[in-house]
Design a binder for this molecule. Structure first.
Ligand code: ZN
Length: 316
Protein backbone atom coordinates (compact mmCIF):
# COMPACT_ATOMS: atom_id res chain seq x y z
CA UNK A 1 0.00 0.00 0.00
CA UNK A 2 2.04 2.93 -1.22
CA UNK A 3 -0.43 5.77 -1.23
CA UNK A 4 1.39 9.01 -1.87
CA UNK A 5 0.47 12.60 -1.21
CA UNK A 6 -1.24 14.42 -4.05
CA UNK A 7 -0.11 17.92 -4.83
CA UNK A 8 -2.99 20.02 -5.97
CA UNK A 9 -2.54 22.33 -8.93
CA UNK A 10 -3.04 25.46 -6.87
CA UNK A 11 -0.48 24.55 -4.23
CA UNK A 12 2.82 26.38 -4.08
CA UNK A 13 5.83 24.17 -4.93
CA UNK A 14 6.74 21.99 -2.00
CA UNK A 15 3.43 22.41 -0.22
CA UNK A 16 1.84 19.10 0.61
CA UNK A 17 -1.88 18.89 0.95
CA UNK A 18 -3.53 16.10 2.78
CA UNK A 19 -5.39 14.35 -0.01
CA UNK A 20 -4.55 10.69 -0.40
CA UNK A 21 -3.84 9.36 -3.88
CA UNK A 22 -4.84 5.77 -4.36
CA UNK A 23 -2.20 3.43 -5.83
CA UNK A 24 -2.47 3.28 -9.60
CA UNK A 25 -4.31 6.57 -10.05
CA UNK A 26 -2.86 9.52 -11.89
CA UNK A 27 -1.42 12.55 -10.15
CA UNK A 28 -4.08 15.22 -9.63
CA UNK A 29 -6.89 12.91 -10.77
CA UNK A 30 -8.69 12.25 -7.51
CA UNK A 31 -11.61 9.92 -6.94
CA UNK A 32 -14.80 10.89 -8.68
CA UNK A 33 -17.78 12.27 -6.86
CA UNK A 34 -19.80 9.56 -5.17
CA UNK A 35 -23.38 9.72 -6.44
CA UNK A 36 -26.27 8.00 -4.70
CA UNK A 37 -29.46 7.92 -6.78
CA UNK A 38 -33.03 6.99 -5.92
CA UNK A 39 -34.06 7.20 -9.59
CA UNK A 40 -34.00 3.46 -10.38
CA UNK A 41 -36.21 2.71 -7.37
CA UNK A 42 -38.49 5.58 -8.37
CA UNK A 43 -38.80 4.14 -11.91
CA UNK A 44 -39.88 0.80 -10.40
CA UNK A 45 -42.48 2.65 -8.39
CA UNK A 46 -43.72 4.51 -11.47
CA UNK A 47 -44.35 1.18 -13.23
CA UNK A 48 -46.94 0.14 -10.60
CA UNK A 49 -50.17 0.51 -12.59
CA UNK A 50 -52.58 0.63 -9.63
CA UNK A 51 -52.66 4.25 -8.43
CA UNK A 52 -53.47 3.49 -4.78
CA UNK A 53 -50.85 0.74 -4.76
CA UNK A 54 -48.35 3.30 -6.00
CA UNK A 55 -49.29 5.71 -3.20
CA UNK A 56 -48.71 2.97 -0.62
CA UNK A 57 -45.47 1.87 -2.25
CA UNK A 58 -44.10 5.43 -2.23
CA UNK A 59 -43.58 5.25 1.52
CA UNK A 60 -43.31 1.51 2.17
CA UNK A 61 -40.98 0.63 -0.70
CA UNK A 62 -39.50 3.70 -2.38
CA UNK A 63 -38.69 5.89 0.63
CA UNK A 64 -38.05 2.83 2.82
CA UNK A 65 -35.18 1.91 0.51
CA UNK A 66 -33.38 5.19 1.30
CA UNK A 67 -34.21 6.03 4.92
CA UNK A 68 -31.26 8.38 5.49
CA UNK A 69 -31.88 10.29 2.26
CA UNK A 70 -35.52 10.93 3.07
CA UNK A 71 -34.74 11.79 6.69
CA UNK A 72 -32.60 14.62 5.34
CA UNK A 73 -35.19 15.54 2.74
CA UNK A 74 -38.02 15.87 5.24
CA UNK A 75 -35.85 17.70 7.76
CA UNK A 76 -35.14 20.37 5.14
CA UNK A 77 -37.18 21.01 2.02
CA UNK A 78 -39.40 17.96 1.77
CA UNK A 79 -43.11 17.91 2.61
CA UNK A 80 -44.73 14.59 3.51
CA UNK A 81 -48.07 16.03 2.44
CA UNK A 82 -46.84 15.95 -1.18
CA UNK A 83 -46.22 12.19 -1.26
CA UNK A 84 -49.65 11.20 -2.54
CA UNK A 85 -49.67 13.64 -5.42
CA UNK A 86 -46.08 12.74 -6.32
CA UNK A 87 -46.96 9.03 -6.43
CA UNK A 88 -50.07 9.66 -8.56
CA UNK A 89 -48.09 11.76 -11.07
CA UNK A 90 -45.12 9.41 -11.33
CA UNK A 91 -46.11 7.52 -14.54
CA UNK A 92 -46.33 10.73 -16.57
CA UNK A 93 -42.81 11.76 -15.53
CA UNK A 94 -40.78 8.66 -16.30
CA UNK A 95 -39.14 9.98 -19.49
CA UNK A 96 -38.40 13.32 -17.89
CA UNK A 97 -36.81 11.75 -14.82
CA UNK A 98 -34.70 9.42 -16.98
CA UNK A 99 -33.42 12.38 -19.01
CA UNK A 100 -32.90 14.50 -15.89
CA UNK A 101 -30.80 11.82 -14.21
CA UNK A 102 -28.51 11.48 -17.24
CA UNK A 103 -28.20 15.24 -17.52
CA UNK A 104 -27.51 15.65 -13.78
CA UNK A 105 -24.66 13.13 -13.93
CA UNK A 106 -23.05 15.00 -16.85
CA UNK A 107 -23.44 18.36 -15.10
CA UNK A 108 -22.01 17.06 -11.82
CA UNK A 109 -19.01 15.57 -13.61
CA UNK A 110 -18.33 18.75 -15.59
CA UNK A 111 -18.72 20.95 -12.52
CA UNK A 112 -16.44 18.72 -10.48
CA UNK A 113 -13.78 18.85 -13.22
CA UNK A 114 -14.05 22.64 -13.40
CA UNK A 115 -13.76 23.04 -9.63
CA UNK A 116 -10.80 20.65 -9.39
CA UNK A 117 -9.03 22.37 -12.32
CA UNK A 118 -9.44 25.71 -10.53
CA UNK A 119 -8.25 24.28 -7.22
CA UNK A 120 -11.58 24.98 -5.56
CA UNK A 121 -11.99 21.47 -4.16
CA UNK A 122 -9.13 19.32 -3.04
CA UNK A 123 -10.61 16.64 -0.83
CA UNK A 124 -11.48 13.43 -2.63
CA UNK A 125 -14.73 13.28 -0.69
CA UNK A 126 -17.45 14.76 -2.87
CA UNK A 127 -20.93 13.39 -2.38
CA UNK A 128 -24.18 13.94 -4.25
CA UNK A 129 -27.66 12.52 -3.94
CA UNK A 130 -30.02 12.44 -6.93
CA UNK A 131 -33.55 11.95 -5.67
CA UNK A 132 -37.07 12.19 -6.98
CA UNK A 133 -39.14 13.97 -4.39
CA UNK A 134 -42.47 15.71 -3.95
CA UNK A 135 -41.92 18.81 -6.14
CA UNK A 136 -40.80 21.11 -3.34
CA UNK A 137 -37.24 22.21 -4.09
CA UNK A 138 -34.60 21.89 -6.80
CA UNK A 139 -31.22 21.69 -5.08
CA UNK A 140 -29.60 22.15 -1.70
CA UNK A 141 -26.64 21.08 0.43
CA UNK A 142 -27.06 19.17 3.70
CA UNK A 143 -25.29 16.74 5.97
CA UNK A 144 -25.92 13.15 4.89
CA UNK A 145 -24.13 10.12 6.33
CA UNK A 146 -21.63 12.44 7.98
CA UNK A 147 -20.75 14.25 4.72
CA UNK A 148 -21.68 17.63 3.34
CA UNK A 149 -23.76 16.44 0.38
CA UNK A 150 -25.20 18.07 -2.73
CA UNK A 151 -28.85 17.11 -3.20
CA UNK A 152 -30.59 17.50 -6.55
CA UNK A 153 -34.32 16.85 -6.97
CA UNK A 154 -34.65 15.43 -10.48
CA UNK A 155 -38.30 16.44 -10.89
CA UNK A 156 -37.19 20.07 -10.61
CA UNK A 157 -33.83 20.05 -12.37
CA UNK A 158 -34.88 22.70 -14.89
CA UNK A 159 -33.60 23.37 -18.39
CA UNK A 160 -30.21 24.32 -19.86
CA UNK A 161 -28.38 26.51 -19.01
CA UNK A 162 -30.18 27.08 -15.70
CA UNK A 163 -29.83 23.47 -14.53
CA UNK A 164 -26.08 23.83 -14.97
CA UNK A 165 -26.05 27.04 -12.92
CA UNK A 166 -27.93 25.26 -10.13
CA UNK A 167 -25.34 22.46 -10.03
CA UNK A 168 -22.42 24.91 -9.99
CA UNK A 169 -24.10 27.05 -7.31
CA UNK A 170 -24.70 24.05 -5.04
CA UNK A 171 -21.26 22.59 -5.65
CA UNK A 172 -19.87 25.95 -4.52
CA UNK A 173 -21.58 25.42 -1.18
CA UNK A 174 -19.91 22.01 -0.89
CA UNK A 175 -16.55 23.63 -1.68
CA UNK A 176 -17.23 26.33 0.92
CA UNK A 177 -17.79 23.65 3.55
CA UNK A 178 -14.41 22.13 2.70
CA UNK A 179 -12.55 25.46 2.83
CA UNK A 180 -14.37 27.47 5.51
CA UNK A 181 -15.06 26.06 8.97
CA UNK A 182 -17.62 28.80 9.60
CA UNK A 183 -19.84 27.60 6.75
CA UNK A 184 -20.25 24.12 8.26
CA UNK A 185 -22.59 25.45 10.95
CA UNK A 186 -26.32 24.75 10.78
CA UNK A 187 -27.23 28.40 11.22
CA UNK A 188 -25.21 31.45 10.23
CA UNK A 189 -25.21 35.07 11.36
CA UNK A 190 -27.03 36.97 8.61
CA UNK A 191 -23.81 38.67 7.50
CA UNK A 192 -22.12 35.30 6.87
CA UNK A 193 -25.21 34.02 5.07
CA UNK A 194 -25.15 37.06 2.76
CA UNK A 195 -21.55 36.37 1.82
CA UNK A 196 -22.01 32.59 1.49
CA UNK A 197 -24.86 33.05 -1.00
CA UNK A 198 -23.14 35.97 -2.73
CA UNK A 199 -19.96 33.95 -3.21
CA UNK A 200 -21.94 30.98 -4.59
CA UNK A 201 -23.58 33.33 -7.08
CA UNK A 202 -20.36 35.12 -8.02
CA UNK A 203 -18.51 31.81 -8.38
CA UNK A 204 -21.19 30.63 -10.78
CA UNK A 205 -20.67 33.84 -12.78
CA UNK A 206 -16.95 33.12 -13.09
CA UNK A 207 -17.25 29.41 -13.86
CA UNK A 208 -20.19 29.82 -16.28
CA UNK A 209 -19.84 33.35 -17.73
CA UNK A 210 -22.10 35.26 -20.11
CA UNK A 211 -25.57 34.80 -18.62
CA UNK A 212 -28.04 37.21 -17.02
CA UNK A 213 -28.34 38.41 -13.42
CA UNK A 214 -31.75 36.72 -13.29
CA UNK A 215 -30.16 33.42 -14.35
CA UNK A 216 -27.40 33.58 -11.74
CA UNK A 217 -29.69 34.70 -8.92
CA UNK A 218 -32.87 32.72 -9.66
CA UNK A 219 -31.89 30.04 -12.21
CA UNK A 220 -34.46 31.46 -14.62
CA UNK A 221 -35.14 34.48 -16.86
CA UNK A 222 -38.22 35.67 -14.99
CA UNK A 223 -36.56 37.99 -12.51
CA UNK A 224 -35.02 40.86 -14.49
CA UNK A 225 -37.39 43.35 -12.83
CA UNK A 226 -36.53 41.88 -9.43
CA UNK A 227 -32.88 42.72 -10.13
CA UNK A 228 -33.90 46.30 -11.01
CA UNK A 229 -35.95 46.57 -7.80
CA UNK A 230 -33.03 45.32 -5.71
CA UNK A 231 -30.74 47.92 -7.28
CA UNK A 232 -33.29 50.67 -6.57
CA UNK A 233 -33.76 49.37 -2.99
CA UNK A 234 -30.06 49.18 -2.14
CA UNK A 235 -30.26 51.78 0.69
CA UNK A 236 -33.16 49.92 2.32
CA UNK A 237 -31.41 46.57 1.92
CA UNK A 238 -28.29 48.14 3.45
CA UNK A 239 -30.30 49.47 6.41
CA UNK A 240 -31.78 46.05 7.12
CA UNK A 241 -28.40 44.36 6.81
CA UNK A 242 -26.76 46.79 9.24
CA UNK A 243 -29.54 46.17 11.77
CA UNK A 244 -29.16 42.42 11.48
CA UNK A 245 -25.48 41.63 10.91
CA UNK A 246 -25.52 39.14 13.79
CA UNK A 247 -29.14 37.95 13.59
CA UNK A 248 -29.41 34.21 12.83
CA UNK A 249 -30.26 33.76 9.18
CA UNK A 250 -33.31 31.61 9.96
CA UNK A 251 -34.91 34.31 12.17
CA UNK A 252 -38.21 35.83 11.05
CA UNK A 253 -36.68 39.32 11.24
CA UNK A 254 -34.44 38.56 8.25
CA UNK A 255 -36.84 36.31 6.34
CA UNK A 256 -37.42 38.90 3.56
CA UNK A 257 -33.66 39.00 2.94
CA UNK A 258 -33.20 35.26 2.51
CA UNK A 259 -36.52 33.65 1.70
CA UNK A 260 -39.37 34.13 -0.71
CA UNK A 261 -41.11 36.35 1.83
CA UNK A 262 -42.60 39.64 0.72
CA UNK A 263 -41.97 42.72 2.80
CA UNK A 264 -42.88 46.34 2.11
CA UNK A 265 -39.27 47.49 2.48
CA UNK A 266 -37.06 45.15 0.44
CA UNK A 267 -37.61 42.69 -2.44
CA UNK A 268 -37.92 39.07 -1.30
CA UNK A 269 -34.58 37.26 -1.12
CA UNK A 270 -32.66 40.49 -1.76
CA UNK A 271 -29.69 39.40 0.38
CA UNK A 272 -28.71 37.17 -2.53
CA UNK A 273 -28.45 40.23 -4.75
CA UNK A 274 -26.48 42.17 -2.11
CA UNK A 275 -24.17 39.22 -1.49
CA UNK A 276 -23.50 38.89 -5.20
CA UNK A 277 -22.60 42.60 -5.35
CA UNK A 278 -20.25 42.21 -2.38
CA UNK A 279 -18.55 39.10 -3.81
CA UNK A 280 -18.09 40.75 -7.22
CA UNK A 281 -16.56 43.80 -5.49
CA UNK A 282 -14.09 41.55 -3.66
CA UNK A 283 -13.10 39.80 -6.91
CA UNK A 284 -12.49 43.20 -8.52
CA UNK A 285 -10.32 44.14 -5.57
CA UNK A 286 -8.06 41.17 -6.37
CA UNK A 287 -9.35 38.41 -4.11
CA UNK A 288 -9.24 34.96 -5.71
CA UNK A 289 -12.29 32.70 -5.77
CA UNK A 290 -10.55 30.39 -3.35
CA UNK A 291 -10.14 33.32 -0.91
CA UNK A 292 -13.87 33.97 -1.07
CA UNK A 293 -14.71 30.31 -0.57
CA UNK A 294 -12.46 30.25 2.51
CA UNK A 295 -14.30 33.13 4.19
CA UNK A 296 -14.08 33.58 7.96
CA UNK A 297 -17.07 34.83 9.92
CA UNK A 298 -15.41 38.09 11.02
CA UNK A 299 -14.34 38.95 7.47
CA UNK A 300 -17.86 38.31 6.17
CA UNK A 301 -19.23 40.66 8.82
CA UNK A 302 -16.74 43.37 7.86
CA UNK A 303 -17.46 43.04 4.13
CA UNK A 304 -21.22 43.27 4.60
CA UNK A 305 -20.97 46.17 7.06
CA UNK A 306 -18.65 48.08 4.69
CA UNK A 307 -20.89 47.52 1.66
CA UNK A 308 -24.01 48.45 3.61
CA UNK A 309 -22.47 51.63 5.03
CA UNK A 310 -21.42 52.73 1.53
CA UNK A 311 -24.92 52.13 0.17
CA UNK A 312 -26.59 53.97 3.04
CA UNK A 313 -24.59 57.00 2.02
CA UNK A 314 -25.78 56.75 -1.59
CA UNK A 315 -29.32 57.27 -0.27
CA UNK A 316 -28.36 60.78 0.89
ZN1 ZN B 1 -27.08 28.94 -2.23
Amino acid sequence: MSASIRLCLFAAPGVKLGCQLRPGTTLCQPDRMEILTTANAWQRLARISDAEGRVTAWTREYEAGFPTVFDVYYSAWGDRGRRRDAALRAPELTQRIRAAESRARVLLREAEDDFRDRGLVCEDDLHAVLLVGGHTSNGWVAEHAGQRTLFLALEFLGHPPHDDLLVVHELTHVAQAQLSVATRAQTYPASLAVVVEGVATATTRVVRPGLTDSAYLWMDEGHHQWVDRCRASAPKIATMLLEHLDTPDDADAVAPLFRNVTDQHVPARSAYWAGDQIAQDMLQQGYALRDLLSIAEDDARTWVATWAAAHLRTSG
